[in-house]
Every structure is written in C-alpha cells, then in structure tokens.
Design a protein around this ligand. Structure first.
Ligand SMILES: NC(=O)c1ccc[n+]([C@@H]2O[C@H](COP(=O)([O-])OP(=O)(O)OC[C@H]3O[C@@H](n4cnc5c(N)ncnc54)[C@H](OP(=O)(O)O)[C@@H]3O)[C@@H](O)[C@H]2O)c1
Length: 266
C-alpha cells in the first residue's frame, strides 16, 4: 500500500485535500502540529470511509528532528509513499518593522525549508518509475514581490522555483507541480481580508474544494506550475506586462491597509 503524505491536513485547504483524496480511496498519511486535531480528522474520515487506511503523525515542520521522526515513523512501519502534498504554510502580512525572529523563522521554515526537506524524504521512499507525485501549494502572492507580505511572497517564490527545478530533474521518474491559488476562504481572517480587497478579492477566490480538485488535476497532468482559476490566470498574464515599479507602488498602498498574523491568538 502506498500513501499520500499530506501536510497541513487539519487546516482549511489541507482538510479539503484530505477529503478529495479520501473520496478517491487513496491511503492517507496525515501530519499536523496537534495530535488531538489529527485524531479527530482520522475519526471523521474513518466514519465516512471505513475501508480507508489513514495513518497520522505529529510533525512540527520547523524542526529538523521532528521531520526526521516523521520519516522514522514511516520506516518503522515499512510505509511506501506514492505522493507528497505539501499544504502547510504560514502567512503573515504586516509591516516588516513589526516582525520578530519567531515570525521570520517560522514562516521561512514552514513555507520553504520544511517543504524541501519533505521532498527529499518522500523521494527516498517512493518508486521513481514515473508514478511518484509531489504537489506543493504555492501562492498567487509569489507572482510579484509583495510589500507588507514580503517574506511570504519570497518563501512561496522559493517553493515555486524548487518545484520547477525538480520537475525537470525528475522528468520520467516523478511528477512535480507547484500550484498557485488565489484567495481561498479557509479562515476568518482570510475571509475578512478577501472582503477588504473588494471585487479583485471576490473574483480571485475559489473554495478549498475547488482548489484541491484543480491542484490534483494539474498534478496528474504533470504541470510544472499551475495558476488556479480563470480570473487568476488572466490577472497574472495582465500584470506580467505592468512595470514592476507600478506594481510595487499599487501593492504597497493596498496591502498596508490590512494585517494578517499567523501568530495572533497563538
Ligand atoms: N487561504 C488562502 O487564501 C491561500 C491562498 C494561497 C495559498 N495558500 C496556501 O495554502 C496553504 C494552506 O493554507 P490555509 O488557507 O488552509 O491556512 P490554514 O488553515 O491556516 O492552514 C495552514 C496549515 O499549516 C500548518 N502549519 C503551520 N505551522 C506548522 C508547523 N510549524 N508545522 C507543521 N504544520 C504547520 C497548520 O497545521 P496545524 O493546523 O496542524 O497547526 C495548518 O494546517 C498554505 O500554504 C497557504 O500559504 C492559501
């Protein structure tokens, strides 16, 4: 039996991926930071898909030791992997002067270092015969540098480049896709954020389930990179011809008006 290793499985988008994959009967290996939330997710899936094999293991993706323990869990059970779906991510939108070290380290490690590390661990535990798959959730916010969302867009751009390079390196041996969703109403603060972006926010948004389905479809076609949603594709194409100085000024003005902090309430 080969598993899909899914990070961020208890989050908004990760939950949608878990649901779509479970409905297809794909054995799941779910990770997240909370044993309680993982257990709850496992029970929910078992109630609806009793024949489905679901394993869970807590992993703090910031920590090298925790990532190593995740793969030890696999090895102790002789688990083989078919797919990595890297959904975990941390989004902090605020003026850079307000950042502290914890905000920098967490965002950089979860969004980029953890993904690269899990790609390596996954590739060592799958069959490189063309069936292995890696899907990473990037962001439309990586289409351009984002003032007030600088580190997030930088880490997501790094993730995108990592995937695009591996796509070529593993051609014929593994599929590697980075998907770029736009606004996805998964949390209360994101819902509020979408509202403040008015028409653009509304046009850009897709439900978590739509994003999960479109992402898995792009992966099965082995797309190097896939923008999710027609409007987002148009927006990306249109803004690619806008001078960088204009884009930066526009984003700086608009994004300075709202804040989103992963650490709020933690
Ligand atoms: N929502 C959007 O508008 C949007 C748009 C574009 C891209 N994205 C990307 O989509 C992904 C999912 O976002 P979401 O909207 O579903 O937000 P979310 O519900 O907050 O999910 C984020 C996930 O990241 C996990 N995570 C955070 N820190 C972690 C750590 N140290 N170790 C392991 N896991 C950690 C969380 O796991 P626990 O719950 O177990 O703590 C959570 O499941 C992110 O990569 C985000 O950047 C979202």
């Amino acid at each position: 039996m080969k598993y899909t290793l899914l990070t961020g499985a208890c989050g908004g988008l990760g939950g949608a991926f878990a649901e779509v994959l479970a409905s297809r009967g794909e054995p799941l290996f779910l990770t997240g930071t909370s044993a309680e939330k993982l257990q709850k997710k496992r029970e929910e899936l078992a109630a609806r898909y009793p024949a489905l094999s679901v394993e869970t293991c807590v992993c703090d993706l910031r920590e090298e030791a925790s990532r190593r323990a995740l793969f030890s869990f696999c090895d102790e059970r002789d688990m083989r992997l078919a797919r990595l779906v890297y959904v975990a991510g941390v989004d902090t939108q605020m003026a850079f002067e307000k950042y502290d070290e914890a905000r920098i380290v967490t965002q950089a490690r979860v969004n980029l270092e953890g993904a690269v590390s899990l790609m390596r661990g996954m590739l060592a535990r799958c069959d490189l015969d063309g069936t292995a798959e890696i899907l990473a959730v990037g962001s439309m916010s990586a289409s351009t540098p984002m003032p007030y969302f600088a580190l997030y867009s930088a880490t997501k751009k790094g993730l995108e480049y990592q995937c695009m390079a591996l796509h070529e390196e593993f051609k014929g041996r593994a599929k590697v896709t980075c998907v770029l969703p736009g606004s996805t109403p998964t949390r209360e603060d994101i819902v509020e954020n979408i509202k403040t972006h008015g028409l653009f926010g509304r046009l850009s948004q897709k439900t978590p389930e739509q994003v999960a389905r479109a992402s898995l479809a792009a992966l099965s076609k082995n797309r190097r990179r896939a923008v999710i949603g027609f409007w987002n594709k148009c927006l990306r194409a249109a803004t690619s011809v806008v001078p960088m100085s204009v884009k930066l000024r526009f984003i700086c003005k608009k994004w300075s008006k709202t804040e989103k902090d992963f650490f709020a309430g933690k």
